[in-house]
Ligand binder design. Structure first.
Ligand code: HAM
Length: 452
């Protein structure tokens, strides 16, 4: 295409956000803030300290920990070539970076466990579809240096409380244990034996999984693999005594704390760093209501192929992650909530954001002298915590009154040339249309008394 044609094409198509990314406009922004602040508030009470890691990380941080054959590493990382030739990526997830930071800053020398919370953007080059974006927001928690089941209960409790206090009340925690390296070795052998009987009947992904990541066979949602999956051996029968004991303690700690859960023996999660406990958070669906809680597997897997519910979050234990990064084993566990998906639900339910304040006062300024004075007035109102809307560039009083009315703002302040010179301001009640003129220095007291 010639330069001229390229220019013409650019003229016709205004530049838009890249595929799979979104602008977050004000109304939605307040929902994001509500979710993140709620998570942060609850996590702080439970002792999680904030941490922020870079959006750019070295590629090898993820290739060595998530697994070479996982979708994220194989196809979904946004790669960035640094000028010094270093291979960087936009972080696809937060757990490996947190472990890197923990080791890099010697946090293993602090009193253990170290409990961290974080929030921000993550990037995966996925095919954009319902609930899947290329840039998305997570709220995450990690407990590093704790092997006991109370860590699982703490993470699950804080995440479920966050969801339910946001108004998403019916939450299911699907829970499983995938054992440790030893039990997984034995189990994988049996699983492969079972699947190899019928390899040709499997979907393409499962045929690949047989070679690369057999545990992920259990995660397949394709109808054609449902039958062979339902007859697959159960991991629970291959647990060593310590994995069995740990999982028992996890269940007991959830029960003691009245945290409902559902066992799902097919839940395996997507990254290689997981071991033992894994879990995901879902909004309860009517069709899943009949699932027995406790010690039962999900019975309706077959029905999930067509209308798979999206996880609102997920996590698990990752006791080997630090070893994958070349250090000794550090027991650890965490979870991430998918904030975009939570915001979507809040929008559908018309759940109100916490922060959005409907302004009580509209400030009308007429003429340039009044406009200069208006900055002082805005500051007086801000200090008095009176929320305000104004239209800095409009000059017509009619247009501004119409706007205040449209926004349902009960009081209007009007400052024109005359008022500016006299250091006064008009307060107008939009409902009764009554007006009074007061000295500017009295405006806050007057507003406070009439707005009570
Ligand atoms: P994950 O399951 O990959 O785990 O992501 C956690 C949550 O982020 C998902 O349940 C989903 O709600 C949301 N999410 C993931 N990918 C996307 C996407 N492309 N678009 C929108 N939302 C998405 C992790 O990332 C682990 N680091 C969680 C963890 C923390 N495990 C231990 N500690």
């Amino acid at each position: 295409m010639s330069a001229k044609n390229v220019n013409e094409k650019q003229k016709k198509q205004p530049i838009q956000t890249p595929k799979g990314t979104h602008d977050i406009l004000s109304d939605e922004y307040f929902l994001y803030k509500t979710v993140l602040d709620k998570g942060e508030e609850i996590a702080s009470y439970y002792g999680f300290k904030p941490i922020q890691t870079p959006h750019l990380e070295k590629e090898e941080l993820f290739t060595t920990t998530l697994g070479e054959t996982t979708d994220v590493v194989e196809k979904e990382m946004f790669k960035v070539k640094g000028k010094e030739g270093d291979n960087l990526v936009l972080r696809p997830e937060g757990t490996a970076p947190i472990m890197r930071a923990y080791l890099e800053h010697g946090m293993h020398t602090l009193p253990q466990p170290v409990m961290l919370q974080y929030q921000g953007s993550f990037f995966r080059h996925e095919r954009p579809q319902r609930g899947r974006f290329r840039e998305f927001t997570q709220f995450g928690l990690e407990i590093l240096g704790e092997k006991r089941a109370i860590a699982e209960a703490t993470i699950i409790q804080v995440m479920t409380l966050t969801l339910s206090e946001l108004g998403i009340k019916q939450i299911t925690v699907r829970l499983n244990s995938i054992g440790d390296k030893e039990c997984q070795g034995n189990y994988k052998k049996e699983l492969l034996k079972h699947y190899k009987k019928d390899t040709n009947q499997l979907c393409k992904d499962c045929q690949r999984r047989i070679k690369t990541n057999p545990l992920r066979l259990l995660d397949c949602k394709e109808e054609k693999c449902a039958e062979i999956k339902s007859g697959a051996p159960q991991m629970v029968n291959y647990f060593c005594s310590s994995c069995k004991q740990h999982f028992k303690e996890v269940l007991e700690s959830l029960e003691t704390n009245n945290i409902p859960y559902t066992l799902d023996s097919n839940l395996v999660r997507g990254f290689d760093y997981y071991s033992k406990t894994v879990f995901e958070f879902f909004e309860e669906e009517e069709e899943l209501e009949n699932i027995d809680t406790k010690n039962e597997v999900i019975k309706k897997e077959g029905t999930m192929a067509t209308n798979t519910p999206l996880a609102l979050g997920g996590g698990g234990r990752y006791d080997y992650l630090s070893k994958m990064l070349g250090r000794r084993d550090i027991p650890a566990i965490g979870a991430g909530l998918g904030v975009n998906r939570i915001v979507q639900i809040m929008k559908e339910r018309k759940l109100e954001p916490r922060h959005k304040k409907n302004p009580k006062v509209f400030l009308i300024q007429l003429g340039s002298f009044a406009k200069y004075k208006s900055l002082n007035i805005m500051e007086m109102l801000r200090k008095a915590h009176i929320s305000l809307q104004q239209s800095i560039s409009k000059d017509s009083i009619k247009g501004q009154l119409i706007l205040a009315d449209k926004l349902n703002i009960p009081y209007v302040l009007i400052i024109g040339q005359k008022e500016a010179l006299e250091n006064s301001i008009i307060i107008r009640n939009m409902e009764t249309r009554a007006q009074e003129t007061v000295p500017i220095e009295r405006v806050v007291d007057e507003l406070k008394s009439i707005m009570q």
